[in-house]
Design a protein around this ligand. Structure first.
Ligand code: AMP
Ligand code: MG
Length: 418
């Protein structure tokens, strides 16, 4: 039996970062970029107006005020996206819209609000300092600047920046294809008739969803009976993927055949059993270098094991640097009693009470009770050596998902989605 830390270290040591593929920039959202992006030109490329108004020479409007306006001759009108044809000389102005390039000769823009149009010209009511209301060429990005660094996760801002610098396609780390095999004589698929002595293979779906939440690609191998030949046949289908997850059959029962079958197809076991609950019977190893997990069958054990070990593995494969869920400190609202020896991951709900996080468990913690996982937004990490954690103590909580954000928002009155 290994500790959670040791299991994680030994797993991650076996995980290789996948290679790169080229995708369109919308498709790059959430992916890890595999190249530095340099700006091929200044952005904006030219000095341009930050306001609707008039491009002028600052010296020409020195001293202008409501009481003594200065009249200028308007020689051109410049909507955004048009190159100026004229140069501004003494006593002249160009009508200019936000984003339009500044004409030669002009060094300042007067806002339209500080002017009044006349027949051929404009009256300026306000002196403005030289350079006012001009966005300088290169003020956002200079030619040659590194605008996105290799290894960054692409978010909406990066997608926009890629478009700005003229990149329609970029190289990102590949997404692993993840084989999922569920085993057990008692299992049926959700669309098969459900008899009372059968259970639906919910793990097939939970695992696929967890894989997708990581940004990886699930491949369902199906459900194998507790029959070595059938398990082996189906597992072999997984050998063409990047990583294999099998569910159940890794305990010590007479029908727990997965480890033996894996052994027969070249499984090099790294370890079996981790000092944690739920999720103790976990086997990990490689088949021809391919990471392979024998996950426990109980629905919550499977989910929690995935969270602790498979998710960081998939994120590493996809080039992520940050592999772990956030952890917050919260005040425990009720006592937790446990046996020593294992680390417990206790299903719980964190919320914000005044200015501190508080956490309550979501009820029965049996490893088959998926309902308390449905209600949870986090897992309290109850240390190996503890047997009792009292109400009022601070505990560490691993945050599982976005429902944490809504739990926080519920406490900020007045912020409601309609
Ligand atoms: P096992 O490890 O095969 O002894 O399975 C442990 C428990 O997990 C049993 O109660 C199984 O019925 C349950 N279980 C196994 N596989 C699945 C699955 N794919 N979906 C839901 N529950 C499962
Ligand atoms: Mg079984």
């Amino acid at each position: 039996m290994v500790s959670v830390e040791e299991a994680l270290n030994r797993i991650l040591a076996r995980i290789q970062v996948l290679g790169l593929e080229k995708v369109d920039i919308i498709g790059s959202l959430g992916r890890v970029i595999g190249e530095d992006i340099l700006a091929p030109r200044d952005i904006p490329p030219l000095d341009n107006s930050a306001m609707d108004g008039y491009a002028v020479r600052a010296t020409d409007i020195k001293g202008a005020s409501r009481e003594s306006p200065i009249s200028l001759k308007v020689i051109e009108e410049l909507p955004a996206g048009i190159l100026p044809q004229m140069s501004v000389t003494k006593g002249e102005a160009v009508r200019i819209m936000t984003g339009a390039p500044l004409p030669k000769g002009a060094d300042t823009v007067v806002m339209v609000e500080d002017t009044e149009k006349t027949g051929e010209g404009v009256r300026v009511f306000q002196e403005v300092p030289r350079g006012e209301h001009i966005r300088r060429a290169g003020e956002d990005v200079k030619k040659g600047d590194r605008v996105i660094s290799k290894g960054s996760v692409i978010r909406a801002a990066e997608v926009g920046m890629l478009a700005s610098v003229g990149r329609a396609f970029v190289s990102v780390h590949q997404r692993p294809v993840v084989a999922i095999l569920c085993t057990g004589d008692e299992l049926v698929d959700v669309d098969e008739g459900i008899a009372d002595h059968k259970i639906v293979s919910s793990n097939s779906y939970t695992l696929a969803a967890q894989v997708m939440e990581c940004g990886a690609l699930p491949l369902q191998l199906g459900i194998a009976k507790d029959d070595p030949t059938e398990i082996e046949q189906m597992l072999r289908q997984g050998l063409r993927t990047d990583i294999i997850l099998s569910s159940a059959g890794v305990s010590v029962g007479d029908y727990d055949l997965v480890k033996d079958v894996l052994g027969g197809i070249g499984f090099q076991m790294e370890f079996w059993r981790v000092a944690m609950r739920p999720g103790q019977p976990l086997a990990f190893g490689t088949i021809g270098g391919k990471p392979t997990f024998g996950l426990p069958g109980n629905p919550v054990s499977s989910m929690v094991s995935f969270e602790q070990f498979v998710r960081p593995s998939l994120l590493k494969m996809m080039g992520h640097k940050n592999l772990f869920r956030p952890i917050v400190e919260a005040v425990l609202k009720e006592e937790i009693i446990k046996k020593p020896g294992n680390r417990h991951f206790v299903r719980a709900r964190v919320s914000l009470e005044e200015d501190r996080y508080v956490v309550t468990t979501t009820g029965p913690q049996g490893s088959g009770i998926l309902n308390s996982m449905v209600d949870a937004n986090g897992l309290i990490i109850a240390p190996e050596d503890r047997t009792q954690i009292k109400a009022g103590e601070k505990v560490r909580v691993q945050i599982l998902d976005r429902s944490f954000e809504s739990a926080i928002l519920e406490n900020h009155q007045g912020v409601e989605a309609t």
